[in-house]
Design a protein. Structure first.
Length: 236
């Protein structure tokens, strides 16, 4: 009897195989989520998939579902259902699981409600997004912006949530440092000048902003005077 070449399949296309096995196991299972929607403020801006956000398309953002996941969403308040494609990351406001495009929320009849409980079910995957299944983890090089450092984790997380509400595309996150200090970082820039431009905007809006080179060390001396000058200098 000829056996199925499991080992060869797993090594040749293991990432894709495991993904679709997990995806199939989740299909036809309903999951409750708290959904919100986003529109005008992000229309025309880049999403995590590299596409420009169109608020009228049937898309949504989720923090962990693979990009390209097709999700059936049912809103019990109206009894309406739609299918959206996950093309972005978020929402980053605590207590929310899914961010629908304005167009998707309008089809469901939940625009005026703003935030509502919905039932979701994975129905498939858009193969145009398969490339994201094979992307290696990002290398910790380049530049990031440190927006604050705190001894209280709750204070650090509160700043992180505020930054993600205002600058969701920069992906603010809390990173523990030495002696229990909590650092709030945001953005991943290949060039220092890119980080400096964003840092100036943050400072103009009342936030602290220091450029840190990756991999960073928990040492205040690593915030060079040149970096501080680049942040504080007027934008031309």
């Amino acid at each position: 009897m000829r056996t199925f070449p499991t080992r060869r399949l797993l090594t040749a296309g293991g990432v894709t195989l495991v993904f679709f096995i997990l995806l199939f196991s989740l299909m036809r299972r309903d999951h409750g989520m708290t959904a919100s929607w986003y529109g005008d403020d992000w229309h025309g801006k880049l999403t995590a998939s590299g596409e420009y956000f169109d608020m009228y398309n049937m898309t949504a953002a989720h923090k962990t579902l693979p990009l390209g996941t097709q999700l059936e969403v049912n809103y019990p308040g109206t009894g309406k259902s739609i299918t959206v494609t996950i093309t972005d990351r978020g929402p980053y406001i605590p207590g929310r699981d899914l961010d629908l495009s304005f167009g998707a929320a309008r089809q469901l009849g939940m625009v005026s409600i703003g935030v509502a409980r919905v039932q979701t079910r994975i129905t498939g995957h858009d193969r145009r997004y398969d490339k994201y299944l094979h992307q290696p983890p990002p290398v910790a090089t380049g530049f990031s912006i440190e927006a604050g450092v705190f001894s209280d984790p709750l204070t650090a997380q509160a700043l992180c949530d505020t930054l993600n509400a205002d600058y969701r595309q920069l992906g603010a996150h809390v990173q523990p440092g030495e002696q229990g200090m909590q650092h709030v970082f945001m953005g991943n820039f290949s060039e220092r000048v890119q980080a400096a431009i964003v840092a100036r905007e943050l400072r103009s809006n009342g936030y602290e902003a220091f450029i840190r080179e990756k991999p960073w060390t928990d040492n205040p001396a690593s915030k060079s005077s040149a970096e501080t000058q680049a942040i504080q200098s007027p934008q031309h």
